[in-house]
Each structure stands twice: as structure tokens, then as C-alpha cells.
Design a protein around this ligand. Structure first.
Ligand SMILES: *Cc1c(COP(=O)(O)O)cnc(C)c1O
Length: 368
């Protein structure tokens, strides 16, 4: 069996470091916010090239709180993509703003700056590019649009820890960058976690306040906030794992290069690689005809796959009231029918990747 993703191999490799860190927190007796959260905020924001980091409960609330701290409120419009994980859009709705969903660029599968420009209006207040699969969106044209029109630019970097745009780690290019530390992300906790990274002290201060019931000081509630705190156990685990992140991302890139090479002569489109982008290969997603038949064949061969994501947000029952109706985002809609995510995690062996690639070859050659 070759799973599409699994975490036990990683824990086996770093068990001593993790167990030590966890025992340290258990003994210290301080469990929500605290010294590990503070240290991790400093370490991870510095890793992203940002000045401030504020740990929160998950990636969804990182996006919600970053938008709120940037002044986004009910009635505003926020432009993002439909080809994303649903939480991107859920977080926008949680601020009271209206998500405006645009199509992706067929070359990069990320937000198309031309589509953003076309949807700008008097109520547009923010743009939320998603670095989907760990491949950075084209940030420079978005930054120019945001500056010219006075918009917030909030990166959804939940899949993009350590991915680079024009040589620099993502997360600190706009008003704020939002990360998830859900266990399956490239930097994953053993539970939920998230962070807002920013160079803007006011945004950082406001997120810090909002995440803890709107308190400016203990029992001094200056606005209505929420409970979105990061806990010490997760922060201690994340501090250990941050030291491994570059090695793990490097190994993911190696496996991706191997897949690229082994699939090069097959009727398969390998993941996009824009000239500005160094992906962290959160996922290795190919585009192929007869995707469902291929998945069934691989499953029978003991190879796990997944689809990220089978149904775009604007076609989900909860979001069909949003403006783009079925048929209006053709690149997104056609891609969702044709993509499949192959097994990829740092502990996957070359031999396993070769087995996956040769099974794909066998399937496609027998179909001809
Ligand atoms: C995982 C993810 C989120 C949400 O993060 P959670 O920590 O699960 O709340 C948001 N956007 C994208 C693109 C994601 O992959």
C-alpha cells in the first residue's frame, strides 16, 4: 500500500525531539498562549520575512482575523478564487463581507490578476490570493492593484509554508499572510493551529486582541473579539518541526522532480511551475483525461490518491448564492473534473514514487 499521505513515518523519525518538547510543556503547567507560542510567533514570522506573528487557533480564523484587523466589514467585497479549500471563502463570509469569486489563470492554477481587475468595484475592499498546492500566486500585479485602489492584500498561505515568490518566502508580501498548521500541512501541529504574519504593527496588535476576547489588557475588553488562541503543546511541536521544514520541503521538491521526469512523455499535465514560483509541493496535482478511471485503477493497485478539490466553492450548496453561477468560471470548472493528487510527503521513498509513476504509465498505455 502506498498512501496519498501519512504522518506516522515522520513522527517515528523525530519522536525523541517531539516527546521532549511535549514533556517540557506538560511539566511547565502553562497550556494556552505562553512562552512557546511567543517564541514560535517570533521564529515563524522571521522565517517568512515578516516582522510580527500572531498565533491563532487555525488557518480559517487567521484569514478571518487578518481581514477584520485590516478593517474589512459587512457589506465590503473581497475578491478570491473558487478553486480553493472552502475555508478561504468561509473566513471571508465570517467577517460579514461578500466573497467575489473569480477564475484562475489556466497556466498557474492560481488567481488571475486580469480577472481581479475586471471585478474591482466601489465596494471592493480586499484581495485574497491563495497559494494553492504551495505554488505562489503572482503577487506583484496584485500588490500594484491593491496599492492603486487602497485594498488590503491578504495571502492565504495555508498550503505554502516555505514556498518562494521571486526568491522570498511567501506570507509577508501584502497586508498580512495567513497560515494553517493543520496536521497535513507542510508545517503541521498535532492538532489545530494557525498564524497571521504581518509587517504592520497595528494589524498585529489588533489580531492579538481579537484572538483573546478583544482584551487590550487582562479584563479590559475594548472590542468584541473571539477565542482563537494557539496552545503551548502545538507551539512546542511546531517549534521542533520548523527546524525540519526546509529539509522536508527540499525532499518534496525532489520527489516532485522525480514524478515530473517519470511522467514527462505521458499524456499528463504535471503541476504548473511559473517563472516566479518555487513551490513547496504541498500537493502534487496532475491533470489527466479519464481521471476517475485512473484513480480506480491506482486504488486497485494499492495506491492512494485524492482530489483537491472535486467541487469548486461556487458550486457548493452553502455558497451557490454567491455571484458566479455555474458555467461562469470555466477554467476552474473544467480543471476540477480533471485533477488528481498523487502520493507526496517527505518520507515517501523514490521506489514508491517510481511504483506510482509506472502504474500511471501502465494505465495510460493500455487505454490508447
Ligand atoms: C487548510 C486551509 C485553510 C484552513 O486552515 P484550517 O487550519 O484548516 O482552518 C484555508 N485555506 C487553505 C487554502 C487551506 O488549505
Amino acid at each position: 500500500m502506498i498512501p496519498v499521505f501519512e504522518l506516522r513515518r515522520q513522527y517515528r523519525m523525530i519522536r525523541d525531539e517531539i516527546d521532549l518538547a511535549v514533556r517540557g510543556v506538560l511539566k511547565a503547567g502553562h497550556y494556552v498562549l505562553g512562552p512557546n507560542v511567543e517564541a514560535f510567533e517570533a521564529e515563524f514570522s522571521a522565517y517568512c520575512g515578516g516582522t510580527f506573528g500572531v498565533g491563532v487557533a487555525n488557518g480559517t480564523e487567521a484569514i478571518q482575523l487578518a481581514l477584520t484587523a485590516a478593517g474589512i466589514k459587512a457589506g465590503d467585497e473581497v475578491i478570491t478564487v473558487s478553486h480553493t479549500a472552502v475555508p478561504t471563502v468561509e473566513a471571508i463570509k465570517a467577517t460579514g463581507a461578500v466573497p467575489v469569486l473569480v477564475d484562475i489563470d489556466p497556466q498557474t492554477w492560481t488567481i488571475d490578476p486580469a480577472q481581479v481587475r475586471a471585478r474591482l468595484g466601489p465596494r471592493t475592499a480586499a484581495i485574497v490570493p491563495v497559494h494553492l498546492y504551495g505554488h505562489p500566486a503572482d503577487l506583484d500585479p496584485l500588490r500594484a492593484l491593491a496599492e492603486r485602489h487602497g485594498l488590503a492584500l491578504i495571502e492565504d498561505a495555508a498550503q505554502a509554508h516555505g514556498a518562494r515568490y521571486k526568491g522570498r518566502h511567501v506570507g509577508a508580501f501584502g497586508t498580512a499572510g495567513c497560515f494553517s498548521f493543520y496536521p497535513t500541512k507542510n508545517l503541521g501541529a498535532y492538532g489545530d493551529g494557525g498564524m497571521v504574519v504581518t509587517n504592520d504593527r497595528q494589524i498585529a496588535d489588533r489580531v492579538r486582541r481579537l484572538r483573546n476576547h478583544g482584551q487590550a489588557a487582562r479584563f479590559e475588553h475594548v472590542e468584541c473579539g473571539m477565542n482563537s488562541r494557539l496552545d503551548e503543546l502545538q507551539a512546542a511541536v511546531l517549534r521542533v518541526k520548523l527546524r525540519w521544514l526546509d529539509r522536508w520541503n527540499q525532499r518534496r521538491r525532489q520527489i516532485a522532480a522525480l514524478y515530473n521526469r517519470l511522467l514527462a512523455d505521458l499524456p499528463v499535465r504535471c503541476p504548473p511551475q511559473a517563472p516566479w514560483a518555487q513551490s513547496n509541493y504541498h500537493l502534487y496535482v496532475i491533470e489527466v483525461d479519464e481521471r476517475d478511471a485512473l484513480r480506480a485503477y491506482l486504488k486497485a493497485e494499492g495506491i492512494g490518491t485524492d482530489i483537491h478539490y472535486p467541487k469548486p466553492v461556487h458550486l457548493q450548496p452553502a455558497y451557490c448564492d454567491l455571484s458566479p453561477a455555474e458555467g461562469q468560471l470555466p477554467v476552474t470548472e473544467s480543471l476540477c473534473q480533471r485533477i488528481v493528487s498523487l502520493p507526496l510527503f517527505p518520507e515517501l521513498s523514490d521506489a514508491e514514487a517510481e511504483t506510482v509513476a509506472s502504474a500511471i504509465r501502465t494505465f495510460l498505455e493500455n487505454r490508447k
